[in-house]
Design a protein around this ligand. Structure first.
Ligand SMILES: [Zn+2]
Length: 544
């Protein structure tokens, strides 16, 4: 019998909301074919649907309460935030499990795999890898990757939109070229590659095609096809990979979350401040800062001013320190009076932490009754929040962490997760952008994440043209392992997506589980480039 192989193609942020209309026009022939001759459905992401937590959930088959990664940024010290990396992920990943079972593994550009670690095969790390760092396992593999590109170079600027589109197209072609080369030259049983353009382009170019977007300008017809084109390019890449993989390979196509309209940002910390859940220090310096802030001096317009003068690149290149000094003059967590503060927000989409004694450095809220009262008080108040522009309520649902998650890192979890109306509002990840509760995205984004990503499976054991429901990102790991007849660790949160498999396969393939192992990744190096990665996050519009 021929050895089984699995290829996973990740399309970051891909959604059927963009795919279906193109498919109906016959513009995505490769995805159409995979779906027609395979099984497919929505794939529910993590809560919140953030690249930084969703890919670790894919890799481990576990929710963030078990793998410990809730966002790109990590609640560490109030004065600063830490960034997550592959070392933050607790437990065995899909790459480790395949390696341990003697399978040959290739991992290309999966987010949150930097720094790389030892697997039975080859690894190239993904987004947020520092430029001159070790990005491969084994290290000498890098020599084979001469002009390989890890991440986006251009950032979105008005007047430079086309540069970003071109940069992302080039990145996709570069990755496709290298991936096909690697898959042809190296031996592999399990391979994976992630393309990022399907996330980045919709973040910035939604407003050009979405006639209902508040920033849509009907006289501006430029870039209205940017999103469609990035999907067509991704479809081409999928087609090229399909052509070079051996017959009989099972292919999984997935995204870490979906995408949709971004209407506005919510400054949750400003909302907490205005509702007395968060209190600023009374010092004259903080007062002055707040007033300057209110008068309009904010990172948002500092950034704009710099852009207008065209000196932004120079500033970034030569004077990061100076720029940080300017930004540090803004309101930050160091200006918060923690003794009087009951709650704060940190992280994307909408996450609130109670300033809990015993957990927080300067905790002020007692566990138990007081904790519950503060939480319930916030939920009640949040439901009254209206967008002054539309007059509509903004918060659709607030979820307590224990309602969705169980696991050893539940304590690290935000205590409340917010879902905005139609997911059209995104909470600012850090302290604030200005003193208004609502504001525009500071880098002009007009699209943002949605809970439902995509899932497509195609292979000899997979049913044809079947739509499945209720698939979750944590289900990929057990489903892929099952398809390869490999035992599944018993501590995962995901389930095997049994409905996708042909009767002929499932009737003779028992579900095998094994006791989960405690593992420590063999890392090559400590991460010392946090500042550089933070800069990248800022460039990408994830941090202000
Ligand atoms: Zn994104």
């Amino acid at each position: 019998m021929k050895e089984k192989k699995v290829l996973i193609i990740g399309l970051d942020g891909a959604t059927f909301d963009y795919i279906f209309p193109l498919m109906r026009k016959g513009r995505l022939p490769n995805l159409s074919k995979l779906m027609r001759t395979g099984s497919w459905g929505n794939l529910e992401s993590t809560i919140q649907p953030i690249t930084g937590s969703a890919w670790p959930s894919f890799m481990t088959g576990k929710t963030p309460a078990k793998h410990g990664v809730f966002d790109f940024i990590q609640q560490e010290i109030k004065e600063d935030v830490g960034l997550v990396n592959s070392q933050s992920i607790v437990g065995e990943t899909i790459f480790d499990i395949f390696s341990r079972n003697g399978k040959e593994v290739i991992s290309i550009n999966v987010p949150v795999t930097f720094p790389p670690w030892k697997i039975n095969g080859y690894m190239i790390t993904g987004m947020l890898s520092p430029e001159n760092a070790e990005i491969t396992y084994p290290p000498e593999f890098k020599k084979e990757l001469k002009d390989y590109r890890i991440d986006i170079k251009a950032s979105y600027k008005e007047g430079k939109e086309q540069e970003m589109i071109n940069d992302i197209r080039d990145l996709l072609q570069n990755r496709t070229r290298y991936t096909t080369k690697i898959l042809v030259e190296k031996r592999w049983d399990f391979a994976m590659v992630v393309f990022r353009g399907t996330d980045v382009i919709p973040h910035y170019f939604r407003k050009y095609m979405d006639t209902n977007h508040p920033y849509y300008n009907s006289s501006d017809r430029r870039f209205r096809n940017a999103i469609n084109e990035v999907y067509e390019n991704a479809d081409n890449a999928v087609g090229e990979l399909m052509r070079i993989i051996p017959d009989g390979t099972t292919v999984f196509l997935m995204s870490d979350h979906g995408h949709g309209r971004l209407r506005k940002m919510i400054n949750l910390n400003i909302w907490l401040l205005k509702n007395n859940f968060l209190v600023l220090k009374k010092s004259p310096r903080v007062k002055l800062k707040y007033n300057l802030f209110r008068a309009g001096l904010s990172p948002q317009n500092v950034y704009r001013t710099l852009s207008n003068f065209g000196i932004q690149n120079a500033i970034q290149k030569f004077s990061r320190q100076t720029r940080n000094k300017v930004l540090n003059a803004m309101l930050s967590f160091s200006d918060v009076d923690w003794q009087k503060t009951k709650a704060y927000s940190l992280g994307h989409i909408g996450q609130i932490y109670i300033n809990l004694k015993g957990r927080e450095k300067f905790g002020s809220v007692n566990p138990g009754k007081e904790f519950e009262n503060v939480r319930n008080g916030i939920i009640k108040k949040l439901k009254e929040l209206k967008d002054p522009e539309t007059g509509n309520f903004v918060i659709e649902r607030v979820v307590k962490k224990e309602e969705i998650y169980q696991g050893p890192y539940l304590d690290k979890s935000p205590d409340l997760f917010l879902f905005s109306k139609d997911s059209e509002y995104d909470a600012f990840a850090l302290m604030a952008q200005n003193t208004e509760i609502f504001c525009d995205h500071f880098k002009g984004q007009s699209g943002n994440h949605r809970l439902n990503g995509i899932f497509i499976a195609n292979g000899p054991d997979v049913k044809n043209d079947i739509q499945i429901n209720n698939a979750k990102i944590v289900d990929i790991l057990p489903t892929v392992l099952y398809s390869m007849n490999i035992p599944i660790p018993d501590d995962i949160d995901g389930k095997i997506l049994e409905d996708i498999f042909e009767e002929q396969f499932s009737s003779k393939t028992p579900k095998k589980f094994e006791k989960a192992r405690v593992v420590k990744k063999e890392q090559q190096a400590e991460v010392s480039e946090q500042e550089e990665i933070k800069e990248r996050l800022k460039e990408l519009g994830y941090l202000g």
